[in-house]
Design a protein around this ligand. Structure first.
Ligand SMILES: Cc1ncc(COP(=O)(O)O)c(C=O)c1O
Length: 404
């Protein structure tokens, strides 16, 4: 059976050049980067080089990059680290209604410990408004955490405008205010420059840019103090204890450099695939709704709700035909919870349950798109035919369409 992977927002395969770059650090160059001897120094030099490569991807200085075990840890370090360091200055956080669980979860946990939280709405476009942020800010707000691009619908948030607003606030003497953005989905897909964005902290993850899982980074702007979340080692200039995962770090560096150099070509390619896909789906499958403002999205991602069917059923059907996609639904206590991101767009529960994310990658082909569209068309037809409710409502929809 043919297999088509359309889940590049979940993870990407390791690029052959990334693998080639990291392999020596799993074998002959195996030293601990903290060791004084030659083995250690070789590892240290490799980590330093990777730090420069990752920093270059986002316009940062090398010493502003802290390697972590991934995006989740970097988000935890950023949010907990700022809130703990700034505890005496306030107790209010502003975030968006559509953050990744690794941001949402930390903030919810802080809420149980007395922090107050304002969650900015995203409206049907899936984008926060800076005016809402202006209205939400309080003198005791210490942290703004808004993602750069959403992982389920791909919408791009106004991070530069938020950064400009934060600067204004500081000029008005709101000095204890920090701005974090989760750029896990954006980096390598959109130009990211921490100077232009004006953020203090920015989260990255390697496995979205054709490098391995289990490695990420937090950009911490020079002068910003974050309370470390692990103790027991001096690594990463006291900001993240633990022996560096040298091979993974090297791979992240190579992945970052390739992503930077190839960004335009990759984007052009996935954009064309996504457009072809959406055009075909729109013309072949009735009763669908696109999620997220289509003019301000990541170029490789398409999120669609299919009326009258469960996304999970559709996912399984597609998987049985070799097509890998994902839903935003999560299994909780044995029931399927509809995606909170799709719900935040104001969609009803049926649409939130029927949503599927398709995310294309640099190695997908036009044939992959055509195969996926055909499989999708068949799956939707079969699932709708099996659903008595769908039959009833589809007949109703047909009858209510006025004849020309
Ligand atoms: C927006 C966003 N933030 C954070 C993460 C977590 O990154 P990691 O998988 O490296 O822990 C992801 C992963 O899917 C993500 O999409």
């Amino acid at each position: 059976m043919r297999r088509v992977y359309l889940d590049h927002s979940a993870t990407t395969p390791i690029d052959a050049r990334v693998l080639e770059g990291m392999l020596p650090y799993l074998t002959e160059t195996f030293g601990n980067a903290s060791s004084v001897h030659m083995f250690g120094q070789e590892a240290r030099a490799a980590v330093d080089k990777a730090r420069r490569q990752v920093a270059a991807l986002i316009g940062a200085r090398a010493n502003e990059i802290v390697f972590t075990s991934g995006g989740t840890e970097a988000n935890n370090l950023a949010i907990r680290g700022i809130c703990e360091a700034a505890r005496s200055h306030g107790k209010h956080i502003v975030t968006s209604a559509i953050e990744h669980p690794s941001v949402r979860g930390v903030i919810e946990e802080l809420e149980t410990r007395g922090w107050e939280v304002t969650r900015l709405p995203v409206y049907d476009a899936g984008i926060v408004r800076v005016d809402d942020l202006r209205a939400a800010i309080r003198s005791d707000t210490v942290l703004i955490s808004v993602m750069m691009a959403n992982n389920e619908i791909g919408t791009i948030q106004p991070i530069e405008q938020i950064g400009a607003f934060v600067r204004e606030e500081r000029e008005r003497d709101h000095r204890h205010l920090w701005f974090h953005t989760d750029a896990v989905q954006a980096a390598g897909r959109l130009p990211v420059d921490v100077q232009t964005l004006g953020c203090d902290l920015l989260t990255l993850s390697a496995h979205k840019i054709y490098a391995p899982k289990g490695i990420g980074a937090l950009f911490i702007r020079r002068g910003v103090r974050v309370t470390p979340q692990q103790t027991g080692g001096h690594q990463e200039r006291e900001r993240r204890a633990g022996t560096e995962s040298v091979a993974n770090i090297v791979a992240f560096g190579v992945g970052a450099e390739l992503a930077q150099g190839e960004m335009n070509d990759r984007n052009e390619h996935v954009h064309a695939l996504r457009d072809r896909f959406e055009h075909e789906v729109e013309s072949k499958i009735p009763n669908i709704v696109f999620n997220g403002y289509r003019d301000q999205r990541l170029p490789h991602l398409s999120n669609i709700s299919f009326r009258f069917i469960e996304g999970e059923g559709l996912l399984i059907h597609l998987d049985m035909n070799g097509v890998a996609v994902s839903t935003g639904s999560a299994c909780s206590s044995g029931t399927l919870e509809p995606s909170p991101v799709i719900r935040a767009l104001g969609r009803d529960e049926e649409l939130a349950r029927g949503s599927i994310r398709f995310s294309f990658g640099k190695d997908n082909t036009h044939d992959d798109v055509d195969y996926a569209v055909a499989a999708l068309g068949r799956a939707v037809e079969i699932l709708r035919a099996l659903s008595p409710l769908a039959q009833e409502r589809l007949t109703f929809v047909k009858e209510s369409v006025p004849s020309a």
